[in-house]
Design a protein around this ligand. Sequence first.
Ligand code: C6P
Length: 383
Amino acid sequence: MYLDSGATSLRPTAVQTAMEGYYNQYNANIHRGIYRYAEEATAAYEGARARVASFLNAPSPRSIIFTRNTTESVNLVAYSYGRTFLQPGDVILCTEMEHHANMVPWQVLAKDRSLRLEYVPVQQDGQLDQNRFHELLGLNPKLFAVTYMSNVLGTINPLEKMIEDAHQVGALVLVDAAQSAAHMSLDLQKLKPDFLAFSAHKMCGPTGIGVLYGREDLLEAMPPFLTGGDMIKEVHLRSFTINDLPHKFEAGTPAIAEAIGFGAALDYLEALGMEAIHDHEMALTAYALGMVESIPGMRVLGPGIEDRGGLLAFTMDDAHPHDVAQILDGEGVAVRAGHHCAMPIHEKFRIPASTRASFYMYNTREDVERLFLGLKKVQKLFG
Ligand code: C6P
């Protein structure tokens, strides 16, 4: 029983079928050949980009860059935007609940460019401290990097308002949508981030492909991240000209099969309906939260049901999270234990690690019941 979709989701066969279709029927590199298969492959790859753009209600496919994952998307912005446009003494704002992928690149950039890195604190209830956020906006930050949904606390941040407020002081906003893109509908023209990053593998798609959405005027102004084939228009011995968006940021042969598989994953998600997926997960999360009291010593991290998404990280008095996960594994329940690549938020709550169950559309109430039967066993052994 799989309760670790926060780490990576399961995939429908439609995704593998789409990838096999490419490998078996029209395998070719893209943007190069003029034979039929190459044209078919190019059309399928660019079709997947258009699919992503429509899924996000992005203004144009030109603003969708395929990367390897969320981590690479954030690094692209830190290197290309950060190293070009930020000056010593500029302030970058981040939050204490970020995944390392949306924290370490800013630490590196801050050190490299002598920037000031400030953090919006997390309150005991697992929410961002909005008063402190507004105080920090008084420093006129140039960039605010924030997660839509915490992979530990489950907190869904009120980003529409926070982005509006950050824009008021002239800050750009990068949203880490790694945990939210799979679970709720995203409308870029409503949310209005300047950059947004996520990975296909958490939303029924293949590993090895992710997305960076960027405002087109910003992407136009930014220099390429990686250089080589495909990102150029012309190359001479001592000079080159840069290709148009989005190819400017996609050097080398990309993950063609993965992009095509990702397109099929988005078809699958939209056929089910993002609202229906979200409602189903929230019903499971509410069911799970309702059972917490039956396990003495179980403490759930993060806010109440109305401010969270479909995951539940917790500690158990007297039992280490790794032991909890191991016993649950013995009961056939797969959960994640550790710091979930978010050490600072564990430090904040003075815990070394936590156990996390995360839900998706294929999980059922019976899965939640089995999780809690397993936790009863843990409690009996350690309690
Ligand atoms: N979190 C988890 O089990 P990548 O590895 O680049 O696809 O995604 C990184 C990432 C960024 N932000 C958030 C909020 C995330 O949750 C993740 C990935 C997984 O929680 C694996 S560590």
